[in-house]
Ligand binder design. Structure first.
Ligand code: GLC
Length: 419
């Protein structure tokens, strides 16, 4: 299958839920706790005797993701600490063989299938329990082969035992190369077992998409990309981390991604009992409420070059969605538009919006003084074709020959605009 076809659903989805969940939820100081506190593997492994999540209800996760407007999920099948949420023939450090006594990953897959939610597995190549990981293939060639064989075996299990898998989200190849991990061979196997699967770039090969972490950056090579971000400052559950982002800032991140043609994979870190922290739920639900009204401006959209002060745009064909993250007041201008605007209206409610085109500037007027939606008010422009932008360098600031009169080029927004 061509990469473009394989990725279509994924790119249209735009917004997914990342779930970091494992033994580290017990100490509740993030998923790097083993490394950060230099806990020896034998000591850390005792957490597996306690980890038996009584409140684990993956159907509730899927329901929350749906209500939040998220259109795929990615769960940590195994993180750097080496604990597998799944049954593995090549590891006894797993949910099935320790206190949990069941395949936690399978329950998640089944819940996703029930809820019509595309299923993703995060899988860490590195495993801190293997000394060869720290020594590397040069210093410990034999140990390295054992580690890589184990990784390939687990990837085979993940791709064989859980039915259709939609996303494989590798992590932790660093500081080694794709050759060291035999990633081409690994991915050839994965694609043979799961022909439709979408694979990220973190096994050291580019594969289907790039994964900027904790920041939003479109690929300079024009490759598909997905920004992964946390809801507070942590991936795995951290009891002390109360630095929750606001719904407005999540929406801004989502719009920023979509306006540059990328996805957002937003993380939750469930507690040891399997429940998602209440603040995460609350924030996600608020974003979901916004998406229920404004989803057309996100799902299935493409990057759009237009922008304005306080606003970004997304597009679908000849329709442009102007996202006003910071409402300017009764008037606003979208500059450098080479298209004819056929009509303009509010996405929520559909009221027509008065507009005029003055040269390359689209002036929207008679707008409400206060933002109709404080999170992001979306205005829809129907154009005569796909968005065409007046090039930055071509445009400069010299008056064009058919320049509008001085009077017409007044700055929009007056003192009537409450902030
Ligand atoms: C990093 C971290 C990891 C986290 C991941 C998410 O690679 O090592 O803990 O899972 O990023 O993007």
């Amino acid at each position: 299958m061509a990469s473009g076809d394989r990725l279509r659903w994924w790119a249209d989805a735009r917004y997914g839920m990342f779930v970091h969940w494992g033994l580290y939820a017990i100490p509740a100081r993030g998923e790097w706790v083993m490394y950060q506190e230099h806990i020896l593997p034998a000591e850390y492994a005792r957490l597996a005797d306690q980890f038996n999540p009584s409140g684990y209800d993956p159907d509730a996760w899927v329901r929350l993701a749906r209500e939040a407007g998220m259109r795929y999920m990615v769960l940590t099948s195994r993180h750097h600490d080496g604990y597998s949420l799944f049954d593995s023939e090549v590891s006894s450090f797993s949910a099935t063989k320790r206190a949990a006594g069941r395949d936690l990953l399978r329950a998640y897959v089944e819940a996703c299938h029930r809820g019509g939610m595309p299923v993703g597995f995060y899988y860490s190549l590195l495993d801190w329990r293997y000394p060869a990981y720290f020594r590397g293939p040069q210093r410990d060639p034999e140990g390295w082969v054992t580690l890589v064989d184990y990784v390939h075996s687990q990837a085979r299990e993940l791709c064989t035992n859980y039915g259709q898998l939609d996303i494989l989200w590798y992590d932790g190849a660093w500081p080694y190369t794709a050759e060291d991990w035999r990633s081409d061979e690994l991915n050839a196997m994965v694609r043979e077992l799961q022909p439709g699967i979408v694979i990220n770039n973190r096994a050291g090969t580019p594969e289907d998409y790039d994964t900027p972490e904790q920041h939003i950056a479109a690929s300079e090579q024009g490759r598909p990309w997905e920004a992964c971000m946390t809801l507070n400052g942590s991936w795995g559950y951290s009891r002390a981390d109360k630095a929750w982002k606001s719904p407005a800032s999540v929406i801004e991140s989502l719009v920023r991604c979509a306006s540059q043609g990328g996805n957002l994979l937003l993380n939750v870190g469930p507690q040891a009992d399997g429940s998602i922290p209440e603040p995460s739920e609350r924030i996600l639900r608020q974003v979901g409420a916004w998406l229920r009204v404004n989803g057309a401006s996100i799902y299935g959209t493409e990057a759009c070059p237009f922008f304005t002060s306080g606003g970004l745009t997304t597009a679908r064909g000849s329709t442009v969605f102007v996202h006003m993250l910071r409402w300017p007041g009764r008037e606003m201008v979208i500059p450098r538009v080479l298209n004819q605007v056929r009509s303009a209206h509010m996405l929520a409610g559909g009221q027509p919006v008065a507009f005029q085109q003055r040269g390359d500037r689209v002036v929207l007027s008679k707008l409400p003084a206060k933002a109709p939606d404080a999170l992001d008010t979306v205005i829809v422009l129907e154009l005569d074709g796909r968005p065409r932008e007046l090039d930055y360098f071509q445009a400069g600031f010299e008056p064009a020959e058919d320049a509008s009169s001085e009077e017409e080029r007044t700055i929009a927004g007056g003192n009537d605009a409450p902030v």
